[in-house]
Design a protein around this ligand. Structure first.
Ligand code: CA
Length: 232
């Protein structure tokens, strides 16, 4: 998988340092900007996958960057860093079209989880868009990514949220193998899903959509690698 690129607009060196090391260890590329002007210059050069915007900067506010990108029609995912007690920043940020906000002081692990959750939502939205928003149909299995609904042979599959998310990730690229590490990575919200749990979710998912879980027709095991969804 290609490395995702995060633009960090923040002027406090200690926060920048911690964020950079967490993002790097999390497999992200980073562009670090300490001023609004630098952020605009960086956005001019290349478009990141997500921006983390502090509100209080020497030459303005990250909200200015957000306002500018949104008014140019860009939906570039953005997380706003707001100070404790500054409710108005949070409200303005959300009104301007921020996708999420994190209040300072924050845990870098939590911020990393928010970045991943946001990218996952964006990926799922674009996968749904690529499918024309229609249900993906593979044999008797129908997956509606927008309604988060799956049916098998015309009947609701009654998947749990996690089971649907696993199916949704696989359905983003039917026929492509997702490693277990990749699946786990994309399922993390607060670091609560472990490898054994993933296998259990997959087994339960198969129990609901496969005629024979031991010889699955949809969610296929690629031995030694991971899982894939059968191509339509
Ligand atoms: Ca600041």
């Amino acid at each position: 998988m290609q490395r995702r690129h995060v633009l960090v607009l923040e002027d406090e060196p200690r926060i920048v340092e911690v964020l950079e090391s967490y993002l790097r260890d999390g497999g992200f590329e980073t562009t670090l900007c300490g001023t609004v002007a630098e952020a605009f210059a960086a956005l001019h050069r290349s478009e990141p996958d997500v921006m983390i915007l502090d509100v209080s900067l020497p030459d303005g506010s990250g909200l200015d960057v957000l306002r500018e990108t949104r008014s140019s029609g860009s939906l570039l995912p953005a997380i706003v860093l707001t100070a404790l007690g500054e409710e108005s920043d949070r409200i303005v940020g959300l009104e301007l079209g921020a996708d999420d906000y994190v209040t300072k002081p924050f845990s870098p692990r939590e911020l990393l989880a928010r970045v991943r959750a946001l990218l996952r939502r964006v990926d799922e939205r674009s996968a749904a868009r690529d499918g024309g928003g229609k249900a993906l149909r593979i044999g008797e299995l129908e997956i509606d990514l927008i309604a988060a609904d799956a049916r098998i042979a015309g009947k609701p599959a009654n998947l749990t949220a996690t089971e649907f998310r696993i199916l949704g990730i696989l359905a983003g690229n039917p026929g492509e193998v997702f490693t277990r590490a990749e699946l786990l990575d994309r399922l993390q919200d607060g670091g609560k899903i472990y490898e054994r749990t993933l296998d259990r979710h997959i087994n339960n998912l198969r129990g609901k959509i496969e005629r024979d879980s031991r010889d699955p027709a949809y969610v296929l095991t690629v031995y030694g690698v991971g899982y894939k969804l059968k191509k339509p």
